[in-house]
Design a protein around this ligand. Structure first.
Ligand code: ZN
Ligand code: ZN
Length: 418
């Protein structure tokens, strides 16, 4: 039994070697549970990486490019994926021979994702870059997070694959003969003409007309739809960091899509959304790699010491502040807590060669004096102060060396002390 199983595996392995093709999941760097979204995103990244135009003269890269598009087409179609999962490459081959599976030109596939006819050509028209701002909470800048956002992206219409035609028929414009322009003669004076080149209004300058317009895009060849983009905020990234998604801006059959540029902007904390663990750190203020916090202490604490505070940081760990009895904190004093600031961003993240360093946390102390005292309490404090004041009190006014009294007196009026 065991032997038979082993023999079967060997056969499968041999079949794959004979076919010379690698496992499609491996090609895309995915596991067998991968979602459609993951397959699409893997294709996007790898097809760009291995595009022959980006790697001129390298034939192995071209093979890779073809392999990636094959793998994508096999796995994105639910039926062919099922066959592949069960029977492997051999199963798909049989299906292909039976005519049930149609393989596309890898460049066509590429252009369906990025526009522009599949090839990057020097001097080819390029669509505009698009900038998007995405609000990120301080908590996400501190901990790092993979999230997503949506924007209305112009996509090549999937229904007509960018032709604009319901039946795939695109005719040459008769008015301009496919040139997209017409020459119009203006008479300036008898016998004097001026020739003006004008865009053909019949075809809008495209040189082509469509009789049966695609019902989805109405002949526009593109549609605008909400598109989800996944976004990875690495720990410690700066406020204002720009992340470029190559060729992910608006797509069109007429040009290679420009880049989508995402700017990360720190947003004000939202109590409900950004602070599920009720941490104090949500209200830290950030300046570069450092964090700032204002802590309120009472007069007794500032003067007599013997107090502690547990400050909950952005990932929930506790920073302990405090003073022993007799340790004074002056109002406005700023304490430096080393290593409790933001993680310092590093392009490699954490690795054997590099561990994350942190900025500082600066705690500013605000001392609050009691508004009122019970009269009993006031009397006791007063007498204690009087006693010690007379013994070893310091008179700041006398020490200042300023004149003792300034007499500003109008006649008949006594100086009123404020
Ligand atoms: Zn025309
Ligand atoms: Zn369409």
């Amino acid at each position: 039994m065991l032997f038979r199983k082993a023999a079967l595996w060997l056969c499968v392995a041999l079949a794959q070697i004979v076919a010379g093709t690698e496992d499609y999941y491996k090609v895309l760097g995915l596991d067998r549970q991968a979602s459609d979204k993951q397959i699409k995103s893997a294709y996007r990244q790898l097809s760009k990486k291995f595009h022959p135009d980006k790697n001129p003269g390298d034939d192995t890269v071209k093979e890779k490019f073809v392999e990636v598009s094959e793998a994508y087409e096999a796995l994105i179609d639910p039926e062919s994926r099922k066959i592949y999962d069960q029977y492997g490459h051999e199963g798909l081959k049989q299906r292909q021979q039976g005519g049930g599976f149609q393989q596309h030109d890898p460049f066509d596939l590429f252009s369906r994702f990025f526009g522009g006819g599949g090839h990057y050509q020097p001097g080819q028209r390029r669509g505009p870059n698009i900038e998007v701002k995405v609000g990120i909470s301080l908590r996400d800048f501190y901990n790092g997070r993979t999230t997503e956002f949506q924007w209305d992206k112009q996509q090549i219409c999937e229904k007509c694959e960018g032709t604009g035609s319901a039946d795939g028929v695109v005719d040459t414009c008769r008015t301009c003969g496919g040139h997209g322009v017409r020459i119009v003669k203006h008479q300036l004076a008898p016998g004097m003409f001026q020739q003006v080149q004008m865009q053909c209004d019949q075809c809008g300058g495209r040189g082509k007309v469509i009789k049966h317009k695609c019902p989805v895009c109405h002949g526009q060849r593109v549609v605008r739809q909400a598109t989800t983009v996944s976004l990875t905020v690495q720990r410690g990234m700066a406020d204002g960091t720009k992340i470029a998604y190559e060729n992910e801006a608006d797509a069109s059959p007429d040009y290679v899509a420009g880049d989508l540029i995402v700017t990360l902007v720190e947003k004000d904390p939202d109590l409900e959304q950004d602070n599920p663990d009720h941490v104090d750190g949500v209200f830290f203020r950030r300046k570069g790699d450092d964090l700032y916090w204002r802590e309120i202490i009472s007069l007794r604490e500032a003067w007599m010491g013997d107090w502690t505070r547990n400050l909950t940081h952005l990932d929930g760990h506790i920073v302990r502040l405090g003073r022993k009895r007799g340790e004074v904190v002056q109002p406005g004093f700023i304490e430096t807590v080393p290593g409790e600031g933001m993680p310092k961003w590093h392009e490699d993240g954490d690795s054997v060669y590099h561990t994350t360093e942190y900025g500082n946390l600066y705690v500013e102390y605000v001392v609050v004096l009691p508004d009122q005292m019970e009269s009993g309490m006031e009397k006791e404090f007063w007498s204690v102060f009087q006693k010690w004041r007379l013994k070893k009190g310091v008179d700041l006014h006398k020490d200042s060396g300023r004149p003792d009294k300034v007499e500003i007196q109008e006649e008949g009026h006594e100086h009123e002390e404020l």
